[in-house]
Design a protein around this ligand. Structure first.
Ligand SMILES: [Zn+2]
Length: 249
């Protein structure tokens, strides 16, 4: 990122157009996967199932059946299977561009296109209730736009959410091998437990040989194990949002 982009991101995080006080009296955790590489479902799905956890898969239509940078991405069957298993399908735009560089009309059309793609794949009655910014990249303008379209949006700034929630840009803890340490995950889980916070994890692929943005099965197991050991309930982002802000949901 350029200096200007970094400054813009810092400004954007301070633009809180959509805040709510968390009503949680117990901590919550959510697990999310962006884009998403197929292994997030084929390898991540069974790990989640063993922990009785449902996740949020942030889908960008352009990755459907794609092979890029050595990664195989999801196909329509994967999307149908994970939806049937009770996981949430969220929006990650269709074209996965840097949204602050995309004019509002074009960005709106791109979000419509992704919604149409998801409806075509999963059925017309599917509701898409949460959003994740591609690259975590937002501007005050795109944050306002996402806020009008989605009850809750997730960024990639690390941390635990609460007691005041920025519903236009939730914080999230990376499960990415390029930055991961067990201690950091354990610290954030403990913080969530102590503060009745909402901890949202995000990753991409799940593999013994992951991309820099992905996790090993052991990393995912570790995070799920820490959350369970702390007695923290796991819900998809949409369901956790409804629990945290019942008056808006
Ligand atoms: Zn992405």
């Amino acid at each position: 990122l350029s200096l200007l982009e970094k400054a813009n991101n810092a400004l954007t995080r301070r633009v809180r157009l959509k805040t709510a006080r968390s009503q949680l009296s117990t901590p919550l955790a959510s697990f999310s996967f962006d884009d998403f590489p197929r292994s997030a479902w084929t390898i991540g799905g069974p790990i989640l199932a063993r922990h009785d956890a449902r996740a949020t898969y942030y889908v960008a239509g352009r990755f459907c059946d794609a092979h890029e940078d050595g990664l195989e991405y999801y196909g329509p069957e994967d999307l149908r299977a994970l939806h049937a298993a009770g996981h949430e399908v969220g929006c990650h735009t269709f074209s996965h561009r840097h949204s602050p560089k995309v004019p509002s009309r074009e960005l709106g059309a791109d979000l419509d296109r992704n919604a149409a793609f998801v409806r075509d794949t999963l059925g017309a009655d599917i509701s898409i209730d949460s959003f994740a910014y591609p690259y975590g990249d937002a501007s005050p303008r795109t944050k306002a736009l996402a806020g009008r379209r989605f009850p809750v949006s997730r960024g990639i700034r690390s941390g635990v959410n609460g007691p005041v929630l920025d519903l236009g840009q939730l914080k999230a803890v990376p499960l990415e091998i390029r930055s991961w340490t067990a201690e950091a995950v354990e610290h954030e889980v403990e913080l969530a437990r102590q503060t009745n916070g909402w901890i949202v994890f995000f990753s991409h692929d799940v593999s013994e040989d992951p991309s820099p943005y992905g996790a090993t099965p052991a990393m995912l197991e570790h995070a799920l194990g820490e959350v369970r050991a702390a007695g923290i309930e796991i819900l998809p982002v949409r369901d956790a949002y409804r629990r945290a802000v019942p008056s808006q949901a």
